[in-house]
Design a protein around this ligand. Structure first.
Ligand code: SF4
Length: 73
């Protein structure tokens, strides 16, 4: 079963697919205030700007983190 979770903040929706994660730790190192291992939810996007979140997610090497933008129509 494919597990996928979504976390929305402002016009950004973060898509999290844990099966793809290779545990590089880049997300946790880059935005420790957002990616909180051991907490629920472990992704707390309200602690960064949309721009910061997008820049960090673009650096995820596995594709476990991705995002989509909404609105602006
Ligand atoms: S940056 Fe991507 S691959 Fe690395 S730990 Fe975070 S989600 Fe997993």
């Amino acid at each position: 079963m494919e597990m996928k979770k979504e976390y929305a903040v402002e016009n950004l929706t973060i898509v999290w697919q844990p099966r793809l994660c290779i545990h590089s730790g880049i997300c946790v190192h880059t935005l420790p205030c957002v990616y909180r291992v051991g907490e629920k939810p472990w992704i707390q996007p309200e602690h960064a700007t949309v721009e910061e979140l997008m820049q960090q997610i673009d650096r995820c090497p596995s594709g476990a983190l991705s995002y989509r933008l909404s609105g602006k129509s």
